[in-house]
Design a protein around this ligand. Structure first.
Ligand code: ZN
Length: 458
């Protein structure tokens, strides 16, 4: 429950406002310095002091928690043609080792790390549903519950996205042996969705993820969309690989984004993950639909996916957010920095992300990231407004990076001045879960993670 006893769950017609705080409210010297879409302002924030520099908590729009345990273990060449597809084989072998206990331990470690880095909400794109041979657990939601427990234990706000995964390719082939634990038919999927959705609470929302067009036949997508509640967030991996764009063209007669825009009611409920390979028309089409693009710059770089056309997309007014995805980096700072740096390397220009309303790259990226969080997660997050979720970060104003600086430079300093974590406190749902840069339960969670890693690698 948000401070003041008002639930911060987003209403279906809720829209993030550009002015997060009362712009005309009188300023007081004892008010905290708070970041708003209009820049830094002195404003009263419950529980904060004049020394605090406050930013809304950062939404992480795309996460596969189990992959935290394999971060750094796919960096040896297995084939001169190594690509996303050979990485995926490594990932499948690793995914086969998890059970609910090890998933809980790994997700807890990950979520504590996310909180320490400044992510206060995570959208978990969850497809490890069944036992490794594909048999459902006695409780068909056992793996989902492991993730929900990890979120409760750590205090992170969770949008759980159970994934519908039905086929091994656009041709409708059956799932491969290592994909069986991901699979449902439509009826079994909707039973799982209903079970999870009934447990929604103040810090838990349940949305729907379609794994990808190659894994979900068109009729199945339509059947699920017709059955879901009207306010459920919808996520999909859309165009990460050139190979899947080619297969989609061959078998559905259109590129993935082109097909989705023509065949699904794409609007602000939708988050398109890895919309990497786009034509100009698709770029503009997503922007006009109101959907959010979830960009995962460090993972997309790590996997050699390609580069999202950020500049054209922002020119078209598109909404975007970031995700830690494969967890090779758990840092909103690094995601935002590389979102900009990728564009600089490709264009040989600087300061690409800025729009007409600000010359600061950091502020532009932060503003966009926060503005998309509500639609993508289903929570009223991304602002410090009194009726929004009480989620905030307190930056370490005493850090050397901020010495002698005007507040107007703080976001650029935060994002573009190195790797020391400048997040001092994190509050979720009005509760402080990180103090002095450390999660309140860091040691116990890390000890359990070490035991789980011993089991996973035994
Ligand atoms: Zn993903």
């Amino acid at each position: 429950m948000a401070e003041g006893g008002v639930s911060c769950v987003m209403q279906p017609l809720w829209h993030a406002t550009a002015a997060g705080l009362g712009q005309n409210a009188p300023m007081h010297a004892h008010d905290a310095l708070a970041w708003t879409p209009a820049g830094w302002q002195r404003t009263a924030v419950a529980g904060a002091t004049a020394a605090d520099w406050i930013v809304p908590g950062i939404p992480n729009l795309h996460s596969h928690a189990f992959q935290r345990a394999m971060a750094g273990l796919a960096e040896r060449q297995t084939n001169p043609e190594d690509s996303f597809w050979t990485w995926r084989e490594t990932m499948y072998r690793f995914a086969a080792r998890f059970d609910p206990d090890t998933l809980h331990a790994v997700a807890s470690q990950l979520y504590a790390e996310m909180l320490e880095a400044g992510y206060s909400t995570v959208c978990e794109f969850h497809y490890l549903h069944h036992a490794p041979d594909g048999t459902p657990y006695a409780d068909p939601a056992a793996m989902s519950r492991a993730l929900m427990q990890a979120a409760r234990d750590t205090g992170i706000r969770l949008t759980l996205l159970p994934v519908l995964y039905m086929t091994g390719g656009f041709d409708g082939r059956a799932l491969g042996e290592r994909q069986r634990r991901f699979g449902h038919d439509v009826d079994a999927y909707l039973r799982l969705f209903d079970l999870l959705h009934a447990g929604q609470g103040d810090t838990l929302r349940v949305g729907c993820a379609f794994h990808s067009l190659r894994a979900v036949p068109a009729e199945a997508m339509q059947a699920v969309l017709a059955a879901l509640p009207a306010d459920a967030p919808l996520h999909i991996h859309i165009a990460e690989q050139v190979g899947e764009v080619q297969d989609c063209l061959a078998l559905r007669g259109a590129r993935p984004v082109e097909w989705l825009l023509a065949n699904a009611p794409v609007d602000a409920r939708w988050t398109l993950v890895h919309a990497t390979h786009l034509t100009d028309a698709e770029t503009v089409g997503i922007a006009r639909s109101g959907a959010t693009v979830a960009i995962c710059p460090t993972t997309e770089a790590n996997l050699g996916d390609g580069l999202f056309p950020l500049h054209a997309y922002l020119d078209a007014g598109g909404a975007f957010g970031i995700g830690s995805d494969s967890q090779i980096s758990v840092s909103p700072v690094e995601e935002l920095r590389w979102l900009e740096y990728g564009q600089r390397l490709a264009t040989r220009h600087r300061n690409i992300a800025v729009r007409a309303d600000s010359t600061s790259v950091g502020e532009t990226l932060l503003r966009g990231t926060l503005a998309s969080g509500a639609h993508a997660s289903g929570f009223a997050i991304g602002t410090l407004a009194p009726d929004a979720c009480a989620d905030r970060i307190v930056l370490d104003a005493d850090a050397p990076q901020f010495a002698g600086m005007q507040p107007g430079d703080a976001v650029d300093r935060w994002i573009f001045s190195g790797n020391r974590n400048l997040v001092r406190e994190v509050h979720v749902d009005g509760e402080r879960v990180v103090a002095e840069g450390r999660h309140r339960d860091r040691e116990r969670i890390a000890a359990r993670y070490r035991r789980a890693m011993q089991l996973l690698f035994a």
